[in-house]
Write a protein that binds this ligand. Sequence first.
Ligand code: AMP
Length: 397
Amino acid sequence: MSLALVLNSGSSSIKFQLVDPENHATDEPFVSGLVEQIGEDLGRIVLKFDGEKHVFDSPIPDHSVGLRLAFELMEERGCGPTQVDIIAVGHRVVHGGILFSSPELITDEIVDMIRDLIPLAPLHNPANIDGIEVARKILPNVPHVAVFDTGFFHSLPPAAALYAINNKVAAEHGIRRYGFHGTSHEYVSRRLVELLDRPAEEINQITFHLGNGASMSAIRGGKAVDTSMGMTPLAGLVMGTRSGDIDPGIVFHLARTANMSIDEIDNLLNKQSGVKGLAGVNDFRALREMIHEGDQDAWSAYNVYIHQLRRYLGSYMFALGNVDALVFTAGVGENATFVRADALAGLEMYGIKVDPERNELPNDGPRLISTDDSAVKVFVIPTNEELAIARYAVAFA
Ligand code: AMP
């Protein structure tokens, strides 16, 4: 079996999977794991292989030690890099700026270009580079491929990509809409084209990636024409812990009247806001329980979440003019049947009719959840960003 190693390196963690690129989205990867608490007194490696979960605690001073330790643990279980056939490594890279529209074979120059983009993603790109450099040393003889979270949105037209702020300042600092979750939006949108069995150029769709982070995209003929995340992944929909769109004046107000520092406001909007900020929890299963128990904050958080989804849906329907399909994906989009039902309730006059029974079908693959006479078809299509990255990577092998 030829496998791809997929790496998603964060500032203090590395998520990794060994993936058979022939898998389906709902198949388990061959191996999956997480190195966490890198740089803290005690780190942890969690490895899932052959239906079993293994947990190891050890000091992990840096990414290099973390990945090497993970590989040693895999070797001990017979699934290490010298025992299985790794033919390519795919690296998730958060920010590709305006430089990258598609996956790139990594060379020293490409690493330098990713480094040049650090000002746009100061937390993410340095960690991504650490992962790339470590993995290239450990596995020097296979292609390493960078897959950019922003790549799919390179095609955004200027009307959707530009912010109406002073254009000299914007140009100097790279301020524009880049969009994120591109690998997922592209993956499910292509699956939709396969399911409809019509030419991609003919199909207009709106994709909802609703996970802990959440974003929506309007896609015309396979190309993204608008998306809800912006220069950073903070914009757009209400998310698990992120505010999504707010009046930018709130930032000045908090700085001036609450005396909060930029870092405190950053933390507030990214980590203490969204559904969690309004209701105290960010998991939709817990939120639903609280609503059933009559918790008013949970109810109002849910309503704010749904209202924002419908705001974007309306604007993307207008942007596209006519819409063939809506696609729901990621943890909430695939599982929270109530979110799909409420997001699309009462839109019959726009040709959107959800079938309540189909909407309750189990999440074990792509499925149609609209009625047969719904002009706009509604699908749930499970996403799998690691599988998508694995497929991009092996294309270079
Ligand atoms: P993701 O970021 O795509 O992994 O999505 C994670 C989120 O999906 C969780 O925080 C939950 O809010 C949501 N989720 C996962 N499973 C379910 C479920 N069975 N029902 C409702 N929400 C779910």
